[in-house]
Design a protein around this ligand. Structure first.
Ligand code: CIR
Length: 277
């Protein structure tokens, strides 16, 4: 456990979070690699992926981001890097700096260089150094509080380095157990200023005391990943029962079909790095 700071973020403490309705957001994305079918897989069996369809779905995702007010910086595809569309994993961005990660899967480490170049015009850069590993998919930011999943991808050393980099800027970094899924954000994401969407089988909901906790439908284990932009969550069409729960809870959704990227264990947060400014 790395309690880097005792600065507790209250649910409504939205300083520097991209959920706060800031004036302008940038979304860094990357086009789908033609090599996507050779992606890393941890919890899913490999099945054929239609790369052309994945690209069309990804284009629609980028348009959703634009419709919610994001300026989309779409990087060209990396033909040799199967998982490079999942840019979330290679950077954690706060107002003060961007931390370029060292992904847990060795095949994904060459993805960082081009995203770092794109981020360098926006933020001072820092990086996670060997032997530490960290995947952005494990980092859930709730205001000034960052929860980091102790998954197969993010090591204690990587989490400790993140804490050391962010502590001086007033953020707390806490390691949290996650079981049965790839990343922390497979198990929990923020869906409103005061609400999180959780699969309680994969993460302990006790970590979200003080939050309104909405659970996924029990038949939709993969449904906890939503991307909150302002007051609207981008949400997959694959989980209608959980979508209905969210709408009953007053969460505004815009839907995307990312079924081909889901075969690569990707979801809505994975496909962008969102930053203010
Ligand atoms: C991987 O295993 O790394 C990719 N196939 C999927 C990464 C998904 N990223 C994310 O959830 N942040």
């Amino acid at each position: 456990m790395f309690a880097a700071s005792h600065t507790e973020a209250r649910p409504h403490d939205t300083r520097a979070t991209y959920h706060a309705g800031v004036a302008k957001l940038t979304a860094i994305t990357r086009k789908v690699s033609p090599a996507l079918a050779r992606c890393e897989l941890t919890h899913l069996d490999r099945e054929p992926i239609d790369v052309a369809r994945a690209s069309t779905q990804h284009d629609a995702y980028e348009r959703r981001l634009e419709s919610l007010g994001c300026r989309v910086v779409s990087l060209p595809a990396e033909p040799e890097l199967p998982d490079s569309v999942f840019v979330e994993d290679v950077a954690i961005v706060v107002d003060e700096l961007a931390v370029v990660t060292r992904p847990g899967a060795a095949s994904r480490r060459p993805e960082t260089a081009s995203v770092a170049r794109a981020l360098a015009t926006h933020r001072p850069l820092a990086e996670i150094a060997a032997p530490g590993t960290l995947d952005g998919g494990d980092v859930l930011r709730l205001g000034l509080r960052l929860l980091v999943g102790e998954s197969g991808r993010s090591s204690d050393a990587g989490i400790e380095q993140l804490a050391t980099l962010l502590r001086p800027h007033g953020y707390s970094v806490e390691a949290i157990g996650v079981h049965g899924c790839l990343h922390l954000k497979s198990a929990v994401t923020q869906v409103a200023p005061d609400a999180v969407l959780v699969n309680p089988a994969w993460v302990d909901r006790a970590a979200f005391a003080g939050w309104r906790v909405i659970e996924v439908d029990p038949n939709e284990a993969y449904a906890a990943n939503a991307l909150l932009i302002g007051d609207t969550a981008i949400y997959p069409t694959a989980f209608p029962r959980t979508a209905a729960r969210l709408e009953r809870a007053g969460i505004r959704l815009v839907m995307v079909d990312l079924s081909e990227l889901a075969k690569a264990e990707g979801a809505v947060t994975c496909c962008s790095v969102i930053l203010a400014g």
